[in-house]
Write a protein of this length. Structure first.
Length: 380
C-alpha cells in the first residue's frame, strides 16, 4: 500500500534518512563517532536511487523485483547494515534504520533473524528517544502492516507524554493503518472486529482535536475532520453499503454525483500523479475497459491533488491517456477528509445500485472478477 505521501517527498526523505543512517557513528560505550567513507556513502546512495526507481515501477508493493534488481536491492541493504552504528539522538539515523529494515527480510539472501533483531533495536530507540521528532511519522510510514503493535506502542507512549499535536499525528497514521487492515477481505471475523475497534479508538481521539490548521487560504479543523473520515471509512464505506456521494467535481468545476451513473457497474479509482502504483495501473484499466465495451460498465477516476489541476491535465495529455470519466475532489473541505482514504490507489467496485462490492488497494484479478460477476448478475 502507499500511504498518503507524495513520491517526491518520500524520495527526498529517503535519501536524507539513508545519509543520516550512514553518518551515525558508533555509540556503544561512549565511543566517539567516526565519519563514514564519503566514497562509500556516494556508492550506496546511488544504489539506493536505483533500488527506489525499480520499486516504483512495480504495480503493487507485493509484486517481486526482477532478479537483477533484487540482487542490487540486497547489496544496498548489506552496505547500509555495514555502515549502520547504534544511533543516539540522530533522528535521521533512526528513520533510516527503520526504513531500511522494513524491507530487509524481503531481500534475497537476507539473514532474517538479524533483520528482525536490528529492526527491534531501531524501534526500541524510537520509543525511548524520538517521540518528539517531527520526522517520527517517517518512521511509521515505512513500518509494514505487521507492525501495528509498534505503531500502537508509539501512540501510547505519545499519550503518556501529553503531546496533543504529536498524539493527533500518530492517531491519524495508526487509524489509517488499522482502516486499511479492516478492509482486507482475508481477515478473520475476530481480526476484523479488532481492526474495527482500533479505527473507532483512533477516530474518536482525532475527533476531540478541534485545533484549526491553515490549509491554503483556509483555517480548518483538520484532525477533527480526519477523525470523522476514519469512522466513516468503516461505518459507511464497507462492502454491502451504498457508496456515499461527496463533493465531486469535474476538472472544469461542475458538481457531479455517483447517482448520475446508477444502472451501471462502476470502478471508482482514487489516484494521484505522484502515486506510482496508480499510474502503473492505468494501461491495465484502459485495456480492461476496452474488453468490456458495450457492457453497462464505466470507470470514474477521481484525482486526489486538490487544486493542482495543471499537473493532472498535463499528465493525462502527455504521459498517460485516461479516456474515461475524470473527476477531482477538493482537499480543503470536510467532504474530502470524510472519505478517510488510508492510501492510494484505492478502488471501489459498485453495482448498478451503487452498492459497494469490493474495496481494494490494487487493480488486480479480484477487481476484474468482481466487475465481471456484477455484469453477469441478474438485474434486480
Amino acid at each position: 500500500m502507499k500511504v498518503m505521501m507524495s513520491e517526491s517527498a518520500k524520495r527526498s526523505w529517503g535519501r536524507a534518512a539513508l545519509l543520516g543512517l550512514m553518518l551515525a557513528g558508533p555509540n556503544a560505550g561512549g565511543a566517539a563517532a567516526q565519519p563514514a567513507d564519503p566514497a562509500k556513502i556516494d556508492e550506496v546512495e546511488k544504489a539506493y536511487d536505483e533500488m527506489l526507481r525499480a520499486r516504483h515501477q512495480l504495480k503493487s508493493d507485493e509484486d517481486p523485483l526482477d532478479p537483477a534488481a533484487a540482487a542490487r536491492f540486497a547489496a544496498v541493504l548489506r552496505d547500509a547494515v555495514a555502515l549502520y552504528r547504534e544511533p543516539a539522538d540522530d533522528k535521521a539515523a533512526l528513520m533510516g534504520l527503520t526504513f531500511m529494515f522494513a524491507y530487509c527480510e524481503q531481500a534475497p539472501g537476507s539473514d532474517v533473524e538479524k533483520c528482525r533483531r536490528l529492526k527491534r533495536q531501531g524501534q526500541a530507540a524510537v520509543l525511548h528517544r524520538s517521540l518528539d521528532s517531527k520526522e517520527l511519522i517517517g518512521v511509521l510510514l515505512h513500518s509494514t502492516d505487521a507492525d501495528v503493535a509498534f505503531v500502537d506502542a508509539v501512540f501510547q507512549k505519545t499519550v503518556q507524554k501529553k503531546s496533543v499535536q504529536q498524539t493527533s499525528v500518530i492517531a491519524d497514521f495508526a487509524g489509517r493503518l488499522w482502516a486499511h487492515r479492516y478492509h482486507d477481505e482475508k481477515l478473520s471475523k475476530k481480526e476484523r472486529q479488532t481492526a474495527y475497534r482500533k479505527v473507532l479508538e483512533y477516530g474518536h481521539v482525532l475527533e476531540q482535536d478541534t485545533a484549526l490548521v491553515r490549509l491554503g487560504d483556509k483555517e480548518i479543523p483538520l484532525n477533527r475532520w480526519r477523525g470523522e473520515g476514519l469512522l466513516e471509512s468503516v461505518q459507511a464505506q464497507s462492502v454491502g453499503q451504498v457508496m456515499p456521494d461527496y463533493s465531486w467535481r469535474t476538472f472544469t468545476g461542475e458538481p457531479v454525483s455517483l447517482r448520475q451513473h446508477r444502472g451501471k457497474v462502476l470502478l471508482v479509482d482514487f489516484w494521484a500523479t505522484w502515486c506510482a502504483p496508480c499510474v502503473a495501473s492505468m494501461p491495465d484499466i484502459k485495456k480492461f475497459r476496452e474488453e468490456l465495451a458495450g457492457k453497462p460498465f464505466e470507470v470514474i477516476s477521481i484525482n486526489d491533488q486538490g487544486g493542482d489541476l495543471e499537473t493532472v491535465v498535463s499528465f493525462q495529455s502527455k504521459k498517460v491517456p485516461m479516456p474515461w470519466i475524470n473527476w477531482r475532489v477538493d482537499t480543503d473541505n470536510e467532504d474530502y477528509h470524510r472519505l478517510g482514504l488510508a492510501s492510494l490507489p484505492t478502488y471501489f467496485v459498485l453495482d448498478e445500485s451503487g452498492r459497494i462490492l469490493l474495496r481494494a488497494q490494487h487493480f488486480g484479478d479480484d477487481v476484474r472478477q468482481h466487475i465481471r460477476a456484477a455484469l453477469n448478475a441478474p438485474t434486480s
